[in-house]
Design a protein. Structure first.
Length: 294
């Protein structure tokens, strides 16, 4: 099928009709459901759209990409724009994926937030490839220098990862400035590792730094959402988060929980890979208090 991107000034309905004949049968089922149920889809997540269309979630993603979108998130944003809305409805839809509305009681929020976090973690566990997980740990423990790239929300996860690796004596660095990231990346060698963290998988600064590291000969590890595609082309190993909440407002919450879980999995895996060596290093860190003068 011709996968050319369609002109962005066309709305999603025009795009569907233009490529409908080129879609697979399963993708046409999604198209039919979308055209008949756009109001319902505006409050549905990816998995629910797949279920109601009687297809798999990858089929829904392929359908959105056939229309020229990067994925379900971009498609849903355009669908929401096409719906007639007053300001009150728009404000409600902003928090749609968070399952929060203005009539909620404050005491209801904790269980909703915990529920979203649990869902994100369960989805991430479903997508964990244990072979890649083991390889990632081996790469980290066998590398001379480790660079970690990430910006914004993912950058804070990178800082947490660097802190953990430094605690066990692993040579690691991370910078929020993309120029410094690229300077470091261009001097990596085949004995080094570059780790990129990006929920969307489309963050230009992070992709550029990883690309440079790859060209320099370094090994590469990516932590990203399972629907991401752009950044994975430069990854030797990819570990996926599986959260399916896809508005901008919710992804900064669920992605953070999922990314932190992957970081903790890698950290504990490193400790287990050479328990005596790394616990000895941790004991040295824990004894730093004797040097404090306060």
């Amino acid at each position: 099928m011709n996968n050319k991107r369609l002109e962005l000034n066309k709305n999603y309905e025009s795009k569907i009709r233009e490529v409908y004949g080129e879609l697979r049968k399963s993708e046409q089922k999604v198209a039919d459901y979308v055209l008949q149920n756009k109001e319902k889809i505006s409050i549905m997540g990816l998995e629910e759209v797949a279920k109601q269309s009687d297809v798999s979630t990858p089929t829904v993603i392929r359908f959105t990409k056939a229309l020229g979108y990067d994925g379900f998130k971009e498609f849903k944003i355009e669908l929401l724009k096409s719906l007639p809305q007053n300001d009150e409805i728009k404000n409600d839809k902003i928090l749609l994926d968070l399952h929060v509305n203005k009539n909620d009681k404050l005491e209801d929020l904790p269980i909703k937030i915990i529920g979203l976090s649990i869902k994100a973690l369960e989805d991430t566990l479903k997508f964990l490839n244990y072979k890649d997980y083991r390889k990632a740990i081996e790469l980290i423990t066998n590398s001379n220098i480790i660079d970690i790239y990430g910006v914004g929300n993912s950058g804070s996860i990178g800082n947490d990862f660097m802190n953990k690796l430094t605690r066990v004596g692993i040579n690691c660095r991370t910078y929020s400035d993309n120029h410094l990231q690229q300077l470091c990346a261009c001097h990596l060698t085949e004995n080094d590792l570059a780790i990129a963290i990006s929920h969307s998988g489309g963050t230009k600064d992070t992709i550029d730094a990883l690309h440079i590291a790859k060209e320099s000969g370094a090994k590469t590890l990516v932590l990203t959402n399972f629907k991401a595609s752009k950044i994975t082309k430069y990854a030797d190993i990819t570990l996926f988060t599986g959260d399916t909440e896809k508005t901008f407002y919710s992804e900064t919450m669920s992605s953070r929980i999922s990314q932190l879980a992957l970081v903790d999995m890698l950290y504990m895996g490193i400790l287990l890979s050479d328990y005596d060596k790394y616990t000895k290093r941790l004991n040295k860190v824990n004894n730093l208090s004797k040097f404090r003068t306060y």
